[in-house]
Design a protein around this ligand. Structure first.
Ligand SMILES: [Fe+2]
Length: 315
């Protein structure tokens, strides 16, 4: 496979696992095209044209030093110049894949957060409330990523002539779908049952060994789960803290997330929601693994680094 084929496969795999469905994605892209068509010629020149075809602008190809058949990839959760140097020192790496966005992917992180409105709506939060509260938060995230040194790692890849890309939301979609199916199949009754279920997932089992396994952040083991929502696994980063009250009103009893801030935790407590934090890097690993298996099936060798807990489900 070439780098472009890997990127394309990631986008298509992400769409198949997306809460919005194929139709929702089609509408999302159509909206982007309508906005583009309304622009003046000058505005069009500055427009990121990839937005018309890629619904995940946080997942990009950053540098193609050599366009070739890929047989060995170095994959990490966070890729920084250290990982680029590592790949160069190893000498036989065809492509570096990061999970978290870099460069223009990081600058566009807020663009994928619209997905959270649809996820919240899927779990019963009225779309107007989801959109209203997310709008504020999306703007906050857009301002937050603005301060980053976006191109630092991309520059390192250019200097050392390494191929570099990242896959963020498509993999988070895969993790969310995996957990959604796991919970729908097992229907855990109490929080302790939910924790036991999560702890059987190999990535979480491995994270437990270093003290980073699934944990209760709000609630107690004997609490009943009620409706369990996967509202915080995909869609860029944390949503609005004001959403918890609305989620409780919509009938959600337990939220499973990757990570949670103190402010969000307090709001969840006030809304009497249970919050189970599955783990950040382990959840990111789960989503990456589900995609990396597709590459492995194509004969590509995967070398994990930077926190990636590699578990293959191909055999
Ligand atoms: Fe992450």
């Amino acid at each position: 496979m070439t780098i472009k084929e890997i990127h394309n496969l990631a986008i298509q795999t992400g769409i198949r696992a997306d809460f919005r469905g194929q139709e929702g994605i089609r509408k999302f892209l159509e909206n982007k095209r309508r906005e583009y068509e309304k622009m003046s010629d000058e505005e069009k020149q500055d427009f990121d044209i990839e937005a018309l075809e890629n619904p995940y602008l946080d997942s990009r190809i950053y540098h193609i030093a050599e366009n070739k058949e890929i047989s060995r990839v170095l994959v990490g959760i966070d890729v920084e110049p250290a990982e680029i140097l590592m790949a160069e020192k190893m000498g036989n790496i065809d492509l570096i894949i990061s999970h978290h966005p870099l460069g223009k992917g990081l600058a566009h992180l807020a663009d994928v957060m619209d997905l959270q409105c649809d996820v919240l709506n899927f779990y019963g939060v009225p779309i107007n409330i989801a959109e209203g509260l997310m709008k504020e938060r999306i703007e906050e995230v857009a301002r937050g990523v603005n301060k980053a040194n976006h191109q630092r790692t991309v520059d390192a890849a250019k200097i050392l002539r390494m191929n570099l890309m990242n896959i963020h939301t498509p993999c988070d979609n895969l993790a969310a779908k995996f957990l959604h199916n796991l919970i729908a199949g097992e229907k855990p009754e109490r929080i302790s049952d939910l924790l036991n279920l999560l702890r059987k997932v190999p990535e979480y089992k491995e994270a437990m060994k270093i003290g980073a396994g699934p944990k209760i952040f709000v609630g107690a083991p004997e609490n009943r789960c009620g409706n369990i929502a996967l509202t915080e696994i995909t869609g860029g980063t944390e949503g609005s803290p004001k959403l918890y009250e609305k989620m409780a009103q919509a009938g959600i009893g337990t939220v499973i997330g990757m990570h949670i801030s103190e402010e969000h935790k307090k709001e969840a407590e006030a809304a009497h929601l249970n919050v189970v934090i599955a783990g950040h890097i382990s959840s990111d690993s789960l989503g990456m693994n589900l995609f990396l298996d597709e590459l492995e099936k194509q004969g590509i060798e995967i070398i994990p680094c930077s926190g990636l807990i590699r578990v293959s489900r191909t055999g």
